[in-house]
Design a protein around this ligand. Sequence first.
Ligand code: LHQ
Length: 251
Amino acid sequence: MKENIARLTLNRPEKLNAFTRTMSLELQDQLLACDENDDVRAVVLTGAGRAFCSGQDLSELPPDHLPDFEKALDEIYNPVVRLLKTIRNPVLCAVNGVAAGAGANLALACDIVVASSSAQFVQAFSKIGLIPDCAGTFFLPRLVGLQKATALMMLGDKVSAADAERMGMIYACYDEAEFSGKVLQVASALGKLPTTALILTRKALLESFANNLEQQLELEKKYQHKAGHTQDFKEGVTAFLQKRAPVFTGK
Ligand code: LHQ
């Protein structure tokens, strides 16, 4: 860990970091450890080698021996998405290369997604007769609109990182040469911000999808009350009035 930033790396580069049960269990453990460690103020999720993640390891799915799909989603994929949306640290996904199938949707479930210009996003599911999972049917239409999401998911087109940025699927695409520096810059910024306010922001945005305006105004009132009672709020206002940079602690 450096500068309060935990870096989690999917590490099976020979298979483009294809997702397995073991990988999922390890990732769940690591995310929980970040959640429980007060020193962690931001998490970076990335991949080793030339890919971010190519989705489910298909060599673990022999076609003549059908897996229990419901169990796979219950145990391998859905817990990771739930953790990404509930841990007490902002999660930056640094998509270093191709992100396919569940790998693409795992990225989109993170708080902020940046990608190297060499990365591609592929909703590969239709190519093998499956539907998009890992909450892709939830996040992608909300990011890019229903029409683009439907077409990308039905056709399984490869989307370049630059196009992904243009259509609002990701926050930013950075040139390959400057990618790791930019990731560190965004992660350091996240790690210095008032963590509780960031996590309440995530919750408010997520809950807005199910709320009407009146409910959302009430929810903002509740979360503002919580944010307003943090030490970081006091520090933010004090620093502003003293014309100095705030030093947030996440408390
Ligand atoms: C792989 C994989 C991979 C194994 C590349 N598995 N080896 C949920 C619930 C339950 C069940 C099913 O699934 C799910 C969720 C899902 O994620 S379903 C979708 C699964 N993912 C895919 O269908 C993507 C499959 N991969 C690809 O389409 C391509 O490999 C991409 C577009 C990711 C990259 O293409 P290239 O850059 O041309 O690389 P490549 O295809 O040559 O792959 C390199 C190696 O990695 C190769 O092995 P080899 O021994 O020939 O070097 C691939 O076989 C292996 N690999 N993805 N998912």
